[in-house]
Write a protein that binds this ligand. Structure first.
Ligand SMILES: Nc1ncnc2c1ncn2[C@@H]1O[C@H](COP(=O)(O)OP(=O)(O)O)[C@@H](O)[C@H]1O
Ligand SMILES: [Mg+2]
Length: 332
């Protein structure tokens, strides 16, 4: 595969190139967007806390909101801090206090301080932040962003209005991805698109990154992106491979199953745990008798546990085949 450099003139990673330029382009978070917009319209923006899994639009939403509030005054009125760059208390004390206490020349509204990845801050820093928030509430609003609310100091939490960012629905991711496909002129088949949506698990950043990685890896930009490419890029085993091994185990004799399984592990670099997870996924869609399903799931669960405890791979390999064969022997 070749890397095509300088293909588009902006040359930005797509997660930046397609960062929502306004709240209208934040997909799949309607309730939150509507509510914060209303706060601003009513002129009563509280301190905010956005929390939830990565790639769901927390940073994008507050940046878009800030642009909506301040327009070209953005630079003077907004301070963006990434708390995980410097976890110490000095960030809180110096930068925030400095920014919050300087007089505003251009406008008499409040200033906005965005604290990204605040759950990476030390507890001491969070405490200091709480006091700073209190002190500057008259002319400053804070927006705290975090993956986990429970990692934040309760006293800090209680000062903010909380919004949970859900994993983005597949439909919403698809809408955004379709924009990108059109704009970049990507050739992607429907199967691949569905795989991309499924493997992204509600993370828009992941969806964009995987799509861009696949696109850059093509031999020519007009080549179609296929489902196996998506799986390879994510590092997840291709379900077709997994199903092939499973069928062999069910239908063929022991030696054949063993050979196929080992060949696939060698050629594609799959770990046994990938196969076990894949089998569970696929068997979930099969019509099986109760006893068969029970036997297999119980057996695979034991194997998963054994692998996680560092069990011998060769022994676990054969155990997987044994468990599945045993399960299917109970089918009448
Ligand atoms: N809800 C969303 N709507 C549209 N794009 C999104 C959304 N969430 C994430 N993205 C895309 O993913 C990238 C990362 O999003 P970001 O807002 O930084 O996520 P978070 O802060 O929740 O980890 C953005 O640049 C944008 O391209
Ligand atoms: Mg973020």
């Amino acid at each position: 595969m070749s890397i095509r450099a300088g293909q588009d003139n902006t040359n930005l990673p797509w997660v930046e190139k397609y960062r929502p330029s306004s709240l209208d382009y934040v997909y799949g978070q309607h309730d939150t967007v509507d509510t914060v917009r209303k706060f601003v319209q009513d002129g009563r923006l509280p301190h905010l806390l956005f929390y939830g899994p990565p790639g769901t639009g927390k940073t994008s939403t507050i940046m878009a909101l800030a642009k909506e509030i301040y327009g070209k005054n953005y630079r003077n009125m907004v301070l963006e801090l990434n708390a995980s760059d410097d976890r110490g208390i000095s960030v809180v004390r110096d930068q925030i206090v400095n920014f919050a206490s300087t007089r505003q020349i251009f406008s008499n509204g409040f200033k906005l301080i965005i604290l990204d990845e605040a759950d990476a801050m030390t507890n001491v820093a969070q405490n200091a932040l709480r006091r700073v928030i209190e002190k500057f509430t008259k002319n400053t609003r804070f927006c705290v962003l975090a993956n986990y609310a429970h990692k934040l100091n309760p006293a800090l939490l209680s000062r903010c209005t909380r919004f949970r960012f859900q994993p983005i629905s597949q439909e919403a991711i698809q809408l955004r991805i379709n924009d990108v496909i059109k704009q970049e002129g990507i050739n992607i088949d429907d199967d691949a698109l569905q795989s991309l949506l499924k493997l992204s698990k509600g993370d828009m950043r992941k969806a964009l990154n995987v799509l861009q990685a696949c696109f850059t890896g093509l031999d020519s930009p007009s080549q179609a992106i296929t489902s196996p490419m998506i799986y390879e890029c994510v590092g997840a085993p291709d379900p077709q491979d997994i199903e092939h091994v499973l069928d062999t185990i069910i239908q063929e004799n022991w030696e054949a199953a063993f050979t196929i399984m080992n060949r696939l592990k060698l050629e594609k670099g799959y770990a046994l745990i990938d196969l076990v997870n894949g089998f569970v996924d696929i068997l979930g869609g099969y019509q099986l008798e109760k006893m068969c399903r029970l036997t297999i799931l119980k057996g695979l669960a034991d194997i998963e546990y054994a692998i996680s405890r560092g069990g011998n791979d060769a022994i676990q390999n054969t155990a997987v085949i044994g468990v599945i064969k045993k399960g299917f022997e109970t089918q009448t």
